[in-house]
Ligand binder design. Structure first.
Ligand code: URA
Length: 328
């Protein structure tokens, strides 16, 4: 079986994929540019620099972002978005799979990347009020045990009233890869672990496709640690209260790369209102750590055509990770 076939099999969508030159069907009357082919070509020619320097021009932003909008995003994958046959991904850009978990705690900061990072987006949120400073400072000083205890007992926003439990995050606490999602859904609220529903299964398959696995050199967390009732959109004050937890998790893990899953998490972490279609395809930075943005797995379950783009994003992430001096 060739590499492409294996990738499709891993994602469990082999029957959904067709050659790039198959005629594209209109989706909701909107013709999408073949960004996948362009980025794949750029990646193949100049792996990272091209992807960094050339974010896609007007990709499927409208369709993608509308479909990404929570609450539909969290494990409400359904057939409502008619899939368009996707572009074929060049198999030769698939990186080698050489998983190797780091065993020693990292003491140094990730090495500087020889990358032109995407320009820092303008902050979309106001600066934190001064009164919040001491809370943030306390959280910023917690170790893993203290942070976990603080999160599990958190009552700093209204989400605590209706949660079953908090969802702290899961995985290797010395991971080189950190994945950041939006917020727990119903299954996560019940089980206390991120991405355990249908979208989580796809996420596991996506990780496997690049030689990673939950808990093996990967840490997975969400922007919010509590489930918004009915999977509604997180409110700004909920994000503001929860953000220091994620910030501290990132500081403790010290990942070499952050992969952000979906519009909400991307816009929260990068403090921007830029649509996800424009955020993906470039390398951003969070506190000096490279950030690659991709689609949320629940969105991908509904929009099969964008799996090709998600694959490009994972390839970009692999490139960035490799250039960050990583072992695996
Ligand atoms: N969606 C998310 O963003 N996070 C989860 O943990 C589950 C679904």
């Amino acid at each position: 079986m060739n590499r492409r076939a294996r990738f499709l099999e891993v994602l469990g969508v082999s029957e959904e994929w067709v050659p790039r030159h198959a005629p594209a069907l209109p989706q909701d009357g909107v013709a999408e540019p073949d960004v996948a082919a362009d980025v794949a070509a750029n990646l193949a020619a100049e792996p990272v620099a091209a992807a960094v320097a050339a974010p896609p021009e007007a990709p499927a932003v409208a369709a993608g972002d509308a479909a990404m909008a929570p609450p539909s995003v969290r494990d409400r994958a359904g057939p409502e978005a008619a899939p368009r046959p996707p572009a074929e991904i060049r198999p030769e850009i698939r990186p080698e799979i050489r998983p190797e978990a780091r065993t020693e705690p990292r003491t140094e900061a990730p090495p500087a990347l020889a990358l032109a990072l995407a320009p820092a987006p303008a902050p979309a949120q106001p600066a934190m009020p001064a009164s919040a400073g001491s809370r943030e400072a306390v959280i910023a000083g917690l170790d893993w045990a203290g942070l976990e205890a603080r999160v599990s007992g958190c009552t700093d926003c209204g989400l605590c009233d209706r949660r079953t439990q908090t969802v702290f995050g899961v995985g290797d606490r010395q991971a080189e890869w950190m994945l950041v999602g939006e917020a727990p859904g119903e299954n996560e609220d019940k089980q206390g672990e991120p991405f355990v529903g249908v979208a989580g299964k796809l996420l596991d398959n996506m990780l496997a496709a690049v030689g990673l696995a939950r808990g093996r050199n990967v840490f997975i967390a969400n922007v919010l640690k509590c489930r918004p009732p009915g999977n509604r959109n997180p409110e700004p004050d909920e994000v503001a209260q929860c953000e220091p937890y994620l910030r501290r998790q990132i500081a403790l893990v010290q990942p070499r790369l952050i992969v952000v899953l979906g519009r909400f998490a991307a816009q929260s972490l990068l403090r921007t209102t830029t649509p996800i279609g424009k955020l993906r395809g470039s390398v951003h930075s969070y506190e000096g750590i490279p950030v690659v943005v991709t689609y949320h797995p629940a969105y991908l379950l509904r929009t099969l055509s964008d799996k090709a783009r998600a694959w490009e994003d994972l390839c970009l992430a692999r490139e960035v990770h490799a250039r960050a001096g990583a072992k695996a």
